[in-house]
Design a protein around this ligand. Structure first.
Ligand code: SF4
Length: 244
């Protein structure tokens, strides 16, 4: 739970504030909220690589992650955790970034499989992104080729504990260091890369706009950004067109 923070104007930066509040009752309330958050997590599993095959056993009757309060969710808007389950091809990474940006904060990323850590056995491939952490902040890695369901559950429990203790806040890095992440994305996809999400405004909204939010790469983004065009349905029936 965060206090209301003054939204900075364009070009203005605010110091990063963290830690305990002065009112002890507010701290108790914050701890209660964090406890509730850590016990009710919805997980969007983006089945990118072969590691996805270990997810069904982890969430069904034998290992049963639902007893921890973790359930699968199909939409990024209602999910807390983005689970990337293996190597990410360059083409897929665009969708993974778009999915991540659509999730509401606070949000957490788990990289499952060695391929998300350093490229794994595809470290030499021209078609895969090597370090997931270059493109979005990762909270926990679960290494292995592929990791067993026990390891997946152990990783999720560690994340739950980090959320309860208020340590799982890497999502804030995406706003504070947006220029860094965007730079890596542009290096892979080209300088015209953009998503429909306005991360810079979100950074201001969450009070996380800092000196590293903007930079040379966000300047390129502004240069190339096109306004989203409204979807238009065009009916191309010759008889109808002739009658008009
Ligand atoms: S670490 Fe192994 S199992 Fe996991 S995605 Fe890479 S190759 Fe597949």
């Amino acid at each position: 739970m965060t206090e209301l923070i003054k939204t900075p104007r364009a070009g203005e930066t605010l110091p990063v504030t963290a830690g305990k509040r002065t009112n002890p009752l507010a701290n108790v309330f914050d701890e209660l909220v964090r406890f509730a958050q850590s016990r009710s997590l919805f997980m969007l599993h983006y089945c990118t690589g072969c590691g996805a095959i270990e997810l069904p056993p982890a969430m069904t009757s034998r290992f049963d992650m639902e007893r921890l309060g973790i359930q699968p969710m199909v939409s990024p808007r209602q999910a807390d955790i983005l689970l990337v389950t293996g190597y990410v091809s360059v083409k897929t990474l665009k969708r993974v970034i778009l999915t991540y940006e659509q999730m509401g904060s606070p949000k957490y990323v788990i990289g499952i499989c060695s391929c998300t850590v350093n490229g794994g056995m595809y470290w030499q491939s021209y078609a895969t992104a090597k370090k997931l952490n270059d493109y979005m902040p990762v909270d926990i890695y679960i290494a292995g080729c592929m990791p067993r369901p026990e390891a997946v559950i152990a990783g999720l429990r560690e994340l739950m504990e980090n959320i309860r203790q208020g340590k799982a806040d890497s999502w804030k890095d995406y706003y504070r260091h947006y220029d860094h992440y965007l730079g890596h994305q542009q290096r892979l996809f080209g300088e015209t890369w953009q998503t429909p999400t306005d991360v810079i405004s979100e950074a201001r909204h969450y009070g996380l706009f800092g000196p590293d939010t903007l930079g040379t790469h966000t300047a390129l983004l502004e240069q190339h950004q096109k306004p989203l065009e409204a979807l238009e349905m065009k009916v191309d029936i010759p008889e109808l067109t002739a009658r008009r």
